[in-house]
Design a protein around this ligand. Structure first.
Ligand code: NAI
Length: 339
């Protein structure tokens, strides 16, 4: 909407998109893993967000350079870089939103679950620090496998006595971004007007786009819907293969992460009707965590919305994904309690 409204010269457009006269309350956003492939462009995009007053960039190394670089951009937020565990306290204290893209990405032939052994430990230690230094922050989990790292975070927070299910989010926004892009292409619809809910989880068949609810509506064939569904589910792998060993999605993920964090900030600031899909604690199915539309508010999750009516194809997809998602959730919980 802000983008649609600015129609004058390109420079003025950027100005109006990037800055706002009423930028609202002070909000600190911390990015953990800020020197990485996702972390760097995400730091850039968060620096452009007028809702952010303090941008904290944390990684095990290389953050001073990223922070110095990003800090020269003349937008609202004050940027600080923190490198090394001895500085994580300062990086986190006072944070309203913590975004976590820390951990290793996939290489060709790997599933997200293949990352479990390394990333589970990273997420566990970062969440332990969050419980200590900013227990009330909204946590945006990007590190894969999200289907397991979110349950790990919940267990860490439970043990620390800080768990609030309203404040923990698995970032599945990239699945929505992909579904919208791919649908717009097939439906020949203007991509900016397209909406597609994506539910379930964030890996392979657990990613369930609900094209029957896509808007604007288009009369796509069953074959088209199957192809779109598969492409959305395999979107990450498409990028992993194209990058041929140099990692997974970073730029589109940074965009998606920035979009989701912006929604969280808007919710915190009391903007009404902020709805995004996210992998959260849920009663929508029998599984303890599930991605669906979520209404965001001043305390994080305000309402987990139901799935709405599904096509037969989607109903089938939902039943098929449950065992895999259940196993990934249980794997995370088991890890958190065993280590
Ligand atoms: P990368 O390897 O380029 O960057 C990861 C960063 O994390 C590095 O800078 C590294 O130093 C840092 N890091 C490692 N251990 C850390 C720790 N203990 N504390 C703080 N920082 C630490 O990887 P990339 O491409 O940025 O991906 C990051 C994660 O995001 C991966 O797990 C990947 O699978 C996931 N991802 C998630 C997506 C989603 O849709 N949720 C989409 C794409 C990637």
């Amino acid at each position: 909407s802000a983008i649609a409204r600015s129609s004058s010269a390109a420079g003025a457009q950027i100005q109006r998109r990037g800055y706002s006269v009423h930028s609202g309350p002070e909000r600190k956003v911390a990015v953990l893993g800020a020197a990485g492939g996702i972390g760097q462009p995400l730091a850039l995009l968060m620096k452009l967000n007028p809702l952010v007053s303090h941008l904290s960039l944390y990684d095990i190394a290389a953050t001073p350079g990223v922070a110095a670089d990003v800090s020269h951009i003349n937008t609202r937020s004050e940027v600080k870089g923190y490198a090394g565990e001895e500085n994580i306290r300062e990086a986190l204290e006072g944070a309203d939103v913590v975004i976590i893209p820390a951990g290793v990405p996939r290489k060709p032939g790997m599933t997200r679950d293949d990352l479990f052994n390394i990333n589970a430990g990273i997420v566990k230690s970062l969440c332990t620090a969050i419980a200590k230094y900013c227990p009330h922050a909204l946590v945006n989990m990007i590190s894969n496998p999200v289907n397991s790292t979110v349950p790990i975070a919940s267990e860490v927070f439970k043990k620390a006595g800080t768990y609030d299910e309203k404040r923990l989010f698995g970032v599945t926004t990239l699945d929505v971004v992909r579904a919208k892009t791919f649908y717009a292409g097939k439906a020949k619809a203007p991509v900016a007007e397209v909406n597609v809910p994506v539910v379930g989880g964030h890996a392979g068949i657990t990613i369930l786009p609900l094209f029957s609810q896509a808007t604007p509506q288009a009369n796509l064939s069953a074959e088209d819907i199957t192809a779109l569904t598969k492409r959305t589910q395999d979107g990450g792998t498409e990028v992993v293969e194209a990058k041929a060993g140099k990692g997974s999605a970073t730029l589109s993920m940074a965009y998606a992460g920035a979009l989701f964090a912006d929604a969280c900030l808007k919710g915190l600031n009391g903007v009404p009707d902020v709805v995004e899909c996210s992998f959260v604690q849920s009663n929508v199915t029998e599984l303890p965590f599930f991605a669906s539309k979520v209404r965001l508010g001043k305390n994080g999750v305000e309402e987990v919305l139901g799935l709405g009516s599904l096509s037969d194809y989607e109903k089938e997809g939902l039943e098929k994904l449950k065992p895999e998602l259940k196993a990934s959730i249980e794997k995370g919980i088991k890890f958190a309690n065993a280590n």
